[in-house]
Design a protein around this ligand. Structure first.
Ligand code: DX5
Ligand code: ZN
Length: 225
């Protein structure tokens, strides 16, 4: 199992002060910055575009890897703009499965980590044709669209399936969880096999975000996890 990584979700930051919120995640000692991109169609909400991502990437002092989660009906249309803007990991959903071969080819050519996500109701089988091409598998632990929702514990079985399939096929994708992650749910996800912990509300809502990241990290690195 890989060392756990903590990825604060900028969605829970201050949208009038995004650079400050990004730097707050960095100085808290977290590993990646998770950036949620929503189109108002695939999910009922709107967030950021490529120019926002580029501005964060270009912010002096900012050097975290950018983990970009595309919740779009047509992610293929925006893959190149988000890579050009500085995405280090780019994750698309398996549900609008159009253009997935082109997406994986592009990610391979550009040498960036390709992520594939599935929503809570989507069966694990849908992922199987693509797993050899994945650098990351995102098991959504809420129905995407908004921060602050409750963790869906049924997804733990899917995380276990992701970990078992990885072992069986000898693959090395990271397993990411996103939605309702706090010290309690993160521990359950770690036990099921997760490596990358996206957390918005549970980290940004704390006055001392550094301490919150430390707590989350020690929970998921604990020996019994
Ligand atoms: C939900 C997003 C998440 C969101 C998580 O659609 O993909 O990344 O920011 O927020 P919390 O941690 O508040 O559930
Ligand atoms: Zn996300």
């Amino acid at each position: 199992m890989a060392e756990p990584l903590i990825a604060p979700s900028l969605l829970a930051g201050n949208h009038a002060r995004l650079a400050e919120s990004a730097l707050r995640a960095q100085s808290s000692g977290a590993d990646w910055l998770h950036v949620d991109i929503m189109d108002g169609h695939f999910v009922p909400n709107l967030t950021f575009g490529p120019s926002t991502l580029r501005a964060i990437k270009n912010e002096p002092e900012f050097r975290m890897p950018l983990d970009v989660h595309l919740m779009l009906d047509n992610p293929w249309k925006f893959a190149t703009p988000f890579l050009d803007a500085g995405a280090d990991t780019l994750t698309v959903h398996v549900e609008p499965a159009d253009h997935l071969p082109e997406f994986f080819r592009l990610m391979h050519e550009r040498g960036r980590r390709a992520g594939l996500a599935l929503n809570p109701p989507t069966p694990w089988d849908k992922m199987e044709p693509w797993l050899e091409l994945c650098g990351l598998v995102l098991c959504m632990t809420v129905n995407p669209g908004f921060g602050g929702q409750s963790f869906i514990s049924d997804v733990l079985h899917k995380i276990e399936a992701a970990a078992a399939t990885r072992g069986r096929l000898g693959l090395n994708y990271l397993i990411q969880v996103d939605g309702g992650i706090d010290i309690h749910t993160a521990r359950l996800c770690r036990e099921a096999g997760a490596d990358v912990f996206v957390a918005g509300t549970s980290l940004y809502s704390q006055a001392d975000m550094q301490q919150a990241v430390q707590k989350l990290r020690s929970t998921v690195t604990a020996k019994s996890a």
